[in-house]
Design a protein around this ligand. Structure first.
Ligand code: FAD
Ligand code: FES
Length: 360
């Protein structure tokens, strides 16, 4: 996969186990590193002879911030996060993959942007909050941020600035010091229920919800929100640690879904647009699009190869594919209707299939 060396301009210790890093994008890489709010970059590093790639969301917002800003929490025993939190210093170079992802689609109509974050899940949601507040579209922003204690709060300065810019910010701590006067407990359905009437009565705008945190936290919040009238396509989630269930013999989802569900034809031509170039390959029968493409190109973006990291998100522009049902943990029904798929979970069903990595 293509990586580019970016220099660490500054590091800021967020807490004992988290760090913020600001990365410089040199002029000749500015086009490649053009990004949208809420996207992530990936960092590649070798550990004991093994190259690993991990994704990190951007806390920075295009147009508001000059440099890329990531914020990383150390996972106990985690190779990349421990390296970034403990060892990376100002002036170091990191090997970085260009931004990907599709968490945030800005709305021009005023919305109530409800952001539910836990732990490092604050990173992309902070960017979305800042973008929404500065968009001039009249959005109302409510951020609920769950942590264990005050020391685990990341991006404290930036979160405080949101409140000063007009957002409602609620910290919820599960193990606070005795002196803590804010909300105690978890950002769970009971908490959401206790706050819902006030949030919605004060505002009256339709809700666009963004969730980022552990899987159980997000699925409980999603269930609460849909039960309270928020449409499934108005809820977006990003998982940092998703593990897909084995979907066994469950039938693939067809994209596009309205085409007749004929038996798959052997695919003789898979073409992909990537970085303005065309790549062509003939996939093996039943082979995921991603692995076929990796046989002919080193530049195809990927990491987990199991539908959890979103790195291989791509637009289907011609033909039909079958996508493993687990994709719905990562993409919304509206994304699939738009032709967005994950290359690692998709298999060709028509003689020719055309996909575009640049148009997401
Ligand atoms: C789209 C996306 C955006 C992300 N953005 C951020 C971000 O902004 N900030 C950030 O700190 N992290 C973020 N992550 C998580 C990050 O990519 C790594 O997964 C994380 O840093 C752990 O990598 P590692 O190499 O240190 O751990 P590994 O060596 O991969 O794993 C060590 C152990 O920890 C477990 N583990 C891995 N990741 C997590 C996790 N997130 N939570 C709990 N347990 C885990 C593994 O199952 C394993 O047992 C993001 C992930 C994705 C997919
Ligand atoms: S490679 Fe991670 S979702 Fe496809």
């Amino acid at each position: 996969m293509a990586t580019y060396p970016l220099k660490v301009l500054r590091r800021r210790q967020e807490s004992e186990d988290a760090v913020s890093l600001w990365l410089d994008v040199p002029n000749d890489l500015r086009t490649a590193f053009t990004y949208r709010t809420g996207q992530f970059i990936a960092i590649e590093e070798e550990f004991d002879g093994e190259e690993i790639t991990r994704q990190y969301s951007l806390a920075s917002v295009p147009g508001l911030d000059e440099h890329l800003h990531i914020s990383v929490k150390r996972i106990p025993g985690g190779r990349m996060s421990t390296h970034l939190v403990d060892s990376v210093a100002d002036g170091d170079l990191l090997e970085v993959v260009t931004p990907r992802g599709r968490l945030y689609t800005p709305s021009q109509e005023p919305r109530h942007i409800l952001l539910l974050a836990a732990g490092s899940g604050i990173v992309p949601l902070l960017a979305i909050a800042r973008d929404a507040l500065h968009s001039g579209a009249g959005h109302r922003v409510t951020l609920v941020y769950g942590n264990r204690h005050t020391d685990s709060v990341m991006l404290r300065e930036e979160v405080e600035a949101l409140a000063a810019d007009g957002a409602v910010v609620e910290h919820v701590l599960s193990r606070p010091d005795p002196s803590w006067t804010g909300a105690r407990g978890r950002v769970d359905p009971a908490y959401l229920e206790s706050r819902w009437a006030q949030w919605t009565a004060e505002c009256g705008l339709p809700v666009s919800a963004y969730l980022c945190g552990p899987e159980a936290f997000m699925s409980d919040a999603e269930e609460f929100l849909t039960a309270h009238g928020v449409g499934i396509d108005d809820i977006r989630k990003e998982s940092f640690d998703l593990v897909l269930d084995d979907d066994g013999d469950e039938a693939d989802l067809l994209v596009p879904g309205d085409a007749p569900a004929a038996e798959p034809e052997p695919c003789t031509l898979l073409t992909a647009v990537l970085g303005g170039e065309n790549i062509e390959v003939t996939p093996e029968p039943g082979e995921p699009l991603l692995s076929a493409l990796l046989r002919v190109s080193d530049d195809v973006p990927f990491s987990c190869q199991e539908g959890t990291c979103s790195s291989c998100i791509v637009k289907l522009t011609e033909g039909q594919v079958g996508v493993r049902p687990g994709v719905t943990k990562t993409l919304r029904p509206a994304d699939l209707e738009e032709g967005l798929i994950l290359a690692c979970l998709s298999r060709a069903r028509t003689e020719s299939v055309h996909i575009d990595f640049d148009d997401i």
